[in-house]
Design a protein around this ligand. Structure first.
Ligand code: FES
Length: 104
């Protein structure tokens, strides 16, 4: 399931470095990160503020945003491992291993 990054679509674009990075991160981690824009997060005095899942982060800089997001995502080796396990040959190998266990 993708991680949700919620931002204010009214005031965050006024901080283009942070706003553009949020959209860039969504592209970089497609399927793993979803950016959701709301009209107001009631954090107008602490813009740009973000909700990462259920955690609130006020006055976030671009480097902080990347660190927060990447800290929540699975480690690269785990992500690539899970993708590799979805390859047909890997599924076939798993199936064969299961059949061998049943036969023994
Ligand atoms: S208008 Fe952006 S948090 Fe309120």
């Amino acid at each position: 399931m993708a991680i949700r990054l919620v931002l204010c679509g009214l005031c965050t674009p006024n901080r283009p470095q942070v706003y553009d990075l949020a959209l860039q991160l969504q592209r970089e981690y497609r399927g793993e990160l979803v950016v959701i824009e709301v009209d107001c997060m009631a954090a107008c005095d602490e813009s740009p503020a973000f909700m990462l899942e259920h955690d609130y982060y006020p006055a976030v800089s671009a480097p902080e945003l990347r660190r927060l997001v990447e800290g929540r995502l699975p480690k690269p080796e785990v992500r690539s491992g899970s993708r590799a396990s979805l390859k047909p040959e890997a599924l076939g190998a798993d199936r064969e291993a299961g059949e061998q266990q049943r036969d023994s």
